[in-house]
Design a protein around this ligand. Structure first.
Ligand SMILES: NC(=O)c1ccc[n+]([C@@H]2O[C@H](COP(=O)([O-])OP(=O)(O)OC[C@H]3O[C@@H](n4cnc5c(N)ncnc54)[C@H](O)[C@@H]3O)[C@@H](O)[C@H]2O)c1
Length: 441
């Protein structure tokens, strides 16, 4: 039997051991999915505190219940480690490390590079390596394959390499890791076959493409599509506002068209780990081909301008009440990048807070899922703790800014007790009393 046949047989018998590198929003759901199908999973992370928590059966992500993790621990199906020397143990290694941007908005590939260096030390015959981190077309071959050549092992014969983009939508109850179709592209046909076999055991539908580069571009296309369409509605929101038209009403009506239209919604700016970042991976790579990705550029410009627009709307709302931003008490409601998640990465709320702080606002925030803020790459609000949302905290503020529309908040209560409400998410759409206090932004 060939290495590939042995590997596939072990995968299909659920005897293959799975290694997941990077136990974050993407890695952890994968650990659970494989574990729940009775694979034995070993998780690798550089963050010793996360590893400690996971080994104690604690989940640090709100929408991932600790009980699921504890079941796997009881069945001895999962352990986490910081010891990368153990990378020879798993038969299949799935890489889910971060792919952020540098301060100059270039791809920051250090996490993938470090991971590739670690795997290189222990790569052995019969292993399948799958990269899931979002990145530009060519990364799997240029970073992983290139390094692995040093081992003398032959790809597609001795070991197998695929790219399979993650499509996690944290907190979305309609889809789970199992039901979201999975794209796989392999370096060789044998690699693809092994990759398809692996994911086919835990995910309902596998969609194969002809190369790792195609698979890398699939993920970017999906995210660029969102980024460009969000920019489009954000720009139209500015125009509709000037024309005195309610953009939300327009979008809801357009969304009744049963074909050819997908609704996208405006907001306070782009947020999250993917949409504000991933498109720039492609524009960066495109330069190598003397190609300028103009849609990405334009969408980036529009989306980055939105927090400034929100601040202008706040200034004009306060102005209507004879106040200035300087010295006004502004309560920011929701700082997570989207509703019902506990993730503040790239959240536009933080950008707006930064702008307001520069203008002398006295800031506080309330978010049931973010008890405190930490120092981040671009912002430092580490002194701030979430205020409990009570009638008193609402009434104490000169203005309440709804930056994220968490479902658990009673927006009628907010409007009842607030002096001014600036709503960037149409969270107050069902509010009946006090509509004259609400400014859309
Ligand atoms: N969060 C999402 O919704 C989402 C969706 C689709 C794709 N992605 C992509 O998936 C990748 C991971 O994103 P995430 O949201 O899970 O990030 P995350 O920050 O939640 O998790 C990454 C984990 O990797 C660990 N890590 C960092 N460097 C490491 C290293 N050298 N070795 C081992 N572990 C290391 C971190 O400690 C962290 O636990 C990114 O490329 C991202 O663009 C994310």
């Amino acid at each position: 039997m060939t290495e590939k046949d042995v590997l596939i047989q072990n995968i299909q018998g659920h005897k293959a051991r799975i290694g997941v590198i990077g136990l974050g929003y993407v890695g952890l759901p994968l650990v659970l999915r494989f574990g729940e199908e009775h694979f034995s999973v070993i998780g690798f992370d550089v963050d010793a505190e996360k590893v400690r928590k996971l080994n104690a059966g604690e989940s640090y992500i709100r929408h991932i219940p600790a009980a699921r993790l504890q079941t796997l621990m009881k069945e001895r199906k999962f352990e986490a480690t910081t010891d990368f020397g153990r990378l020879a143990e798993p038969d299949c290694i799935i890489i889910c490390v971060p792919t952020p941007l540098t301060a100059k908005k270039d791809p920051d590939l250090q996490y993938i590079e470090k991971t590739a260096d670690s795997i290189l030390k222990t790569l052995r015959k019969g292993q399948l390596i799958s990269l899931e981190s979002t990145t530009y077309p060519g990364t799997t071959e240029e970073i992983l394959l290139e390094r692995f050549r040093d081992t003398g092992l032959e790809v597609g014969k001795d070991y197998f390499l695929v790219f399979s983009p993650e499509r996690e939508d944290p907190g979305n109850p309609k889809f789970s890791t199992r039901t979201i179709p999975k794209i796989v592209g392999g370096t060789t046909p044998a690699c693809l076959e092994a990759g398809k076999a692996l994911y086919g055991e835990v995910i309902d539908r596998i969609v194969t493409v002809s190369s790792t580069r195609a698979a890398e571009l699939v993920k970017l296309l999906e995210n660029i599509y969102r980024c460009v369409n969000i920019a489009l509605v954000n720009e139209l929101k500015l125009l509709a506002d000037r024309m005195g038209i309610d953009i939300w009403e327009v979008i809801d009506a357009a969304a009744t068209k049963p074909f050819g239209y997908t609704p996208f919604y405006p907001g306070p700016g782009l947020g999250g780990q993917c949409i504000p970042i991933d498109p720039f991976y492609l524009s960066w790579k495109a330069k190598e081909y003397d190609f300028s990705t103009r849609f990405i550029q334009l969408a980036g410009e529009v989306n980055t301008s939105i927090p400034y627009y929100v601040v202008d709307r706040i200034a004009s709302a306060l102005n209507d009440h004879g106040k200035a931003i300087r010295g006004s008490k502004i309560l920011v409601l929701g700082v997570a990048y989207k509703k019902d998640v506990d993730d503040v990465r790239e959240s536009p709320a933080l950008e707006i807070m930064e702008l307001l702080q520069h203008k002398g606002a006295v800031l506080s925030y309330s978010d049931p899922y973010i008890p405190q803020l930490h120092k981040m790459r671009a912002y430092d609000f580490s002194h701030m703790r979430s205020a409990e949302l009570t009638e008193q905290t609402i009434a104490h503020a000169d203005l309440v800014l709804i930056a994220t529309d968490h479902s658990s908040v009673d927006y009628q209560q907010v409007v009842d007790h607030a002096r001014i409400v600036v709503d960037t998410r149409n969270a107050t759409r069902a509010v009946v009393r006090g509509r004259d206090k609400i400014y859309r932004a």
